[in-house]
Design a binder for this molecule. Sequence first.
Ligand code: SF4
Length: 819
Amino acid sequence: MKQLIVFPTSQLVRQYKRDMLKNEKGVTGELPVTYEFFVDRCIDEIAAPFTFIGDFKKNLLLQHIFSRLIKQLRYFKSASPGYCFKIGEIIGELKREDMSPAEFRDLVKNTPKNQDIYTIYSAYQKLLKKNRLIDREDRHILCKNYIDKSRFVASYDSICFKEFYNFSTIQKKIIRNLGHKAEICDTKMGFNVNKITVVHALDRKTEAWNLAHTILDDLNNGLLPEEICIVLRNRELYLPYIYEAFKEAGIPVETQLTAPLIQNPFIKSLFAMSKGELGIYFDKQINVDDNLFECYGYWASVMLEYLEMMGFPQKFIQIHEGNVFLIKRDVEAFECLKELLQDFKEVEALAGKGHIDFDGFLKRFAGFVKNGNYSGYPPEKGIWLLSFTMLRGLKFKKAYVLGMIEGEFPRAYRPDWLLREEERALINDNGYDIDVIKTLFEREKESFYYLLSGCGEAYFSYPEVQESGSPTLISSYLEDLIHSDVDCEKYRVSFSEVFCIDIGKSFKSLQGVLCDEKTKDKIERYFNWYRFSITALNTYGQCPYKFFLARVLNLTPDIDETEFTALDRGIVSHKILEEFFKNHKQSLLAQDIEVYEREIDQIAESVMAEMTNEDAFLHPKIYEIEKQSIVQQIKTYIGNHIKSQGDFVPYLLEYDFGFDEDFFIIFGNKKVKLCGKIDRIDINPEGKIAVFDYKNSYNPGIEEVCDGTNFQMPIYIIAAQKLLQRPVVGGAFIPLKKGSVDNIIVRDRELPFVSKRKRKGILDEKQWHELLNLAIQKIASYVENIQDANFPIQPKKCPKIDKYSGFCDFTKVCPWEGE
Ligand code: SF4
């Protein structure tokens, strides 16, 4: 009997073949295949007249359809790429259910949203049909319709679907149409894990480095790479760290590592060039007529010609001076970009022309590039890196799982905003099986069972904080496991315990010092009238090259605007304190502390509700924890403030300078425009003032003024003195985590907030003026260097030298490797 085994994933096919060879059975008879391969073979006789379109083209088509229909739509008012992707997802879901546009329309309520989905879905289907195109889901529908006539299927007596555990609606229909030939065979799941290790790590980077150490030890102790696997839910967040740590440890990891296209330096430079910023990739601007309105295909051709004229991709060899890794990375990104531009041209030929100016085209194009990925890392053979769903049916001696936090695994599923839960339930009442929250959670739990069933031992780790600085909660699945009978070892690890890196590589000291006269001239003109913020000057002091990347090239980190970040936390804390002190311009009374605390609770409640989005938190509990933590810090501070306020009372809150009216410091015959915002200025009955700045994380000290890496306090003092025409007697930072004044710069040791034990930061008149002059001189020299286009890679603070000495968004694009 001739049987074909079909597995849902390529990993199962490979493990099956490997086991056959290991057991010396040899792979005889028919080789097993993946489900996708099976579908392709079933339709290859009838799919020939059709052209397959991938997800990018699908979304581009939808964008065109969307724009064309926008006047007819009732719910959507614009055709933004975000809406197009969402509609594309819903259409994919409906097609996987084998549901036509008309069937969808007849099942759901007649709301503007559903009407729009129907209108776009049916226009999309018509367009595919007219142009003989098929998308990913159409392949499965074709397979279902044709499978009973397929010659490929006819050549087998039976088709065995192994280790699927769950089938989608379209898969069920395909199996049903196979009739008696179809067999379903799943290995029974059981609880096979007998030992777990649980690691509580500082952050994700620490998790990755600890994992590298652990795997290295396990391999040295006899485990083989094919006997273990790494499991990740949040690949994008972990891959760069894993790649870095495993490269250092010399452990090969097998993954088709991809990186967001928009983060590639060549792609970033292309978009920067379009805003007039030139650099090593693009030293000439693209020549376009700003008033010209043309079709998308026209602008795509203009871009392609420009890239060719600039000498890409050969130019990468010269730019990267033979560094094969960087050349390969950029060539991959270039090819991807070229393909996207070609797709623009092709889609327009199918869906009709739209007219747009170059700026508009770039914006649209950037929207699509943002969702594109490229192979940013060279592929390697090694330990498998899998997702939870890919684990189904696989067997390993040990699995290593990172990111076991609530909200990520299990995911905090939220109802879909476009096709709502009640509509989904309505669809399912009519025999479909579209995702609803309940099934998503069931599937999540099931994928955890794949792990517990397929591995003898498991290593789990989770980060203490997220990228935003928010605390995390351990995954409830892991917590249940810890409290079960299984043998469990737990430990905590910090970054300094696991980080080790060879920093012996050289760098070019001249990198960042620009020589091209035209560029220098442009930079000088630009920074001549520039209004310097304190952050900008501090950045130059910490690393001139970082200033260049951030303020000259205007590179920005990718920020997920939907997440609650450390910045949001700072804004919320500042707002609560501002609101509180607005109500209390007199001294606070110790006996009223409970009243103040209740007031802080109320202010925090309304500020959090107004300024944050509860959905930005992984879990509602984390929102509550975050709120309570902010409130607690502020209460602690107010308690301490009552003790140290003396006769000072709040005078000005959130006092900004240099915005409405220019504020200068003058050196020689030059003026430097400065701006900033002082969190709070207090005043005493003699009219003396003190400036305060709330800090959420890092709290700079006087030594940083001296080494030129933080000018905040001296500039605040100079500005307050000059603009308010009152004597400033001191300034201090208020680290909210600590809840009391710290790192002071004062010229009067009797000030009420100055502890009697303090020495640092208490200056006599001479030292006070010397310090302020030193700050002015340093600022002057920085501004001169900036205007002279000197941005050498000479960091005073850099996370590559010392993880705890500074933060930098550009560690991945910066070539500095330490001295
Ligand atoms: S990584 Fe270090 S050297 Fe490079 S820009 Fe950032 S701070 Fe400067």
